[in-house]
Structures are given as C-alpha cells and as structure tokens.
Design a protein around this ligand. Structure first.
Ligand code: G6P
Length: 368
C-alpha cells in the first residue's frame, strides 16, 4: 500500500493533488471536429439526443453535487429542463420519465446500489440513459445505453476528490454537446468554451500550490466545532461538497446552504462560535453573496472567504481569505471546491483522523 501512495502520507492528499491530470485526461480529445461529444460506448442512435426534452440526473453523495453543477450548466446552455434526484428517492417516487427523457447516472464506482437501481427504473420507464462513471466495465456502464468515463484513475480515499472534479468536467462537456444538438450555442461558441475548459486544470494547479497556506487557515480554526458553508448559484453545490468533505473525514458538524436561504433558519444558529465558509468568487451572484456575508458578520461569526484575486480587501469581510483563480462562472466549481477539500484534509489531520478510511463510511455502497 505504501508503494501505491508513492511517497504521500495518504491516498487523499495524493488524489487531491492528481486533480489537474484527472481533469485534463477526462477532457482530452472529447470534442470531434464536427463539435460532437466523443463518448466511450454507445448503442443509441445519433439522433436520439436531439429528441431529448428533459434531463434527469441521479446520483448519491459527492456525485450528486457534481450533478447539481450540471443542472445549472445544462439549463443555462440548452434551455432543457433538468431534474436532479438523490438516487434512493428517484426509485421510490413516480418520476415523470419517457423516451424523450435522458437519465444521467453519475457515479464514481458505477456500483452504488441506489444509483444502479435508479438506472434500472429509468430503463424500465423507457428513458434514454447515460452513465458517467470512473470504473470501466462497472455495472452502470454495462447497463446504460451510453457511457462517458471520467478518466481520473483509481480513487482509493473513501472521500471522493479527483473523481468529483472529473465528473464536473465530463458533465460540462455533456451540457455543451446537448447545446450543440439543440442548436442553442454556435459551434464557434462551443469551441471557445471547450478551449477555456481545457485551461482549468492549470488553474486547479494554482490552487494546489496554496496547500500550505490553506493548512494555516485550517490551523487557525482547528478549535472550532461548528461550520456552515454557503454559496449561491453554482457556489451552492460547492458549499454542499465542502460541508460533506469536512463531515466525512473530521466528523465536525458542518452544513452546506444556499446563502439566500440563511435567513430562513440557519441564521438562528449563527453566533461567535460558528465558522462560516463563504464561496464568494465572481460568479453570477457575487454581490448577493457579499451581502449574505455581511449578514453573517453582523452575528459575529468567523468567516473564511473563497474568493478571486483582487477581492482580498473587500470590506474586511472575513478573518481569512483563500484566493483562487477566476474562471468562467460555470467552470468555477472545478476550482472553488479544491481549497475546501484541502481545508477538510488539514482539519481532519489536525484532529488525528484517518483521512483515507473514515469511520462508518464505505467507498462504495452496494447495499440499500
Ligand atoms: C459513498 C462514498 C462517497 C461517494 C458516494 C457515491 O458514500 O463514501 O465518496 O460520493 O458513495 O458513490 P459513487 O461511486 O456512486 O459515486
């Protein structure tokens, strides 16, 4: 096992640091000169995507958060409505699905029982199906009409990291391809966006270079016992994922919220003991998240800001500012989630936790 860690203390740190390569490999060579998405396996006829009038995304855990980013991107670029479901809910309600629905199962392992069952259900209902998985030949890959692999390489750490950013990359490509099929974006626009997306791995590398600086922030808050992660628009799934990472490996109470929802409950929990991590990069609702942070400050909670260069001084909004490069607003989750993974990693290590094998959790859940 120590050989596989190639000199790293644990798999989690190795896998966080592998993200630029994992994303680069997932994106590489995916767009044909015709502008078409190159999938790994498909039995669907090429016109079937054009008939899609609704998309369902089903997933669990970290994969669900990647699916949530995809919802924003697909609806923005394609105008096709997207429903997002936790797999274990999808299969037991009455989802309105037919042959013009594309059901996308997102799963690192391709084996999560609830997502596999949701995929079965989607097929039974006559939907077109796509699996976005990291494991070649997995059950979901074999069951779905079409497969798009994330090429992140094996992930050993129970808490998903590099497969998450690879999933977001894959799903953004799916969104661009759907936009092409639906005639919502010009080929030149798709080319430009794809080009811009391929620059993101280098931006992630910049964040990784702040590994120690993020460790210092974690040290500062290592005595804190209550965390709230807030974000808006695509910062919302990032907030959910940041909270999940912290919970999974450090066992600290952490919740993710859409920042606009603070006033409907969570604000009652805010006091000088609470730490709020705000995803405040320059995406669509930057001004709104700034005003949400002001609401938090008024309750004397500590604030850690994930922001873009140039915004460090913004009205002294937070105790700590973690700077991440600015990218296209819909690509921001790929960059913004990385400091949260690193933060959770340091918090857990400082508490002496086993980051690769957190208690009570399994890498792949094959039971209901
Ligand atoms: C477990 C893992 C998570 C993962 C989730 C979904 O809970 O601990 O890291 O996100 O399953 O797994 P999947 O393989 O379907 O992405």
């Amino acid at each position: 096992e120590s050989a596989e860690k190639s000199g790293f203390d644990d798999f989690m740190s190795k896998e966080i640091l592998e993200q630029p390569g994992a994303l680069r490999d997932t994106l590489a060579g995916r767009l044909a000169s015709s502008g078409e998405l190159i999938l790994d396996e498909t039995t669907s006829d090429p016109d079937s995507l054009a008939r899609i009038n609704k998309v369902f995304i089903v997933a669990c855990g970290t994969s669900y958060h990647a699916g949530m980013v995809a919802k924003y991107a697909i609806e923005h670029w394609t105008k096709v409505p997207v429903e997002l479901d936790i797999s274990s809910e999808f299969r037991y309600r009455d989802p309105v699905v037919d042959e013009r629905t594309l059901v996308v199962a997102v799963s690192q392992s391709g084996e999560t029982l609830d997502t596999l069952a949701a995929l079965h259900e989607a097929k039974n209902l006559g939907a077109q199906t796509l699996a976005v998985c990291n494991v070649v030949g997995s059950s979901m890959a074999r069951l779905a009409d079409t497969v798009m692999y994330t090429r992140a390489g094996p992930e050993v750490g129970v808490a998903a990291t590099k497969t998450h950013t690879a999933q977001i990359g894959a799903l953004l490509l799916l969104a661009l391809n759907l936009a092409r099929t639906k005639g919502q974006l010009y080929p030149s626009e798709i080319d430009a966006l794809y080009e811009e997306l391929t620059l993101v791995p280098a931006k992630i590398q910049e964040v990784l270079n702040s590994w120690d600086a993020i460790g210092e922030v974690a040290k500062r808050f290592s005595g804190s016992s209550r965390f709230y992660f807030i974000g808006r628009h695509v910062g919302y799934p990032v907030a959910l994922e940041g909270a999940l990472k912290l919970k999974e490996i450090s066992y600290l109470p952490a919740e993710g919220y859409p920042a606009g929802e603070l006033k409907h409950g969570p604000i009652a929990m805010l006091d000088e003991m609470a730490v709020v991590v705000a995803i405040a990069t320059r995406t669509r609702l930057y001004e709104k998240i700034v005003s949400n942070i002001e609401e938090v400050r008024a309750r004397n909670s500590s604030v850690i800001i994930i922001g873009n260069p140039g915004d460090e001084g913004q009205a002294n909004l937070g105790e700590s500012f973690i700077s991440v490069p600015r990218v296209h607003p819909l690509f921001a989750p790929l960059v913004d989630v990385v400091p949260l993974q690193i933060f959770a990693y340091h918090m857990a290590r400082n508490l002496g936790m086993d980051v690769d094998r957190p208690r009570n959790l399994a890498k792949t859940v094959t039971v209901e």
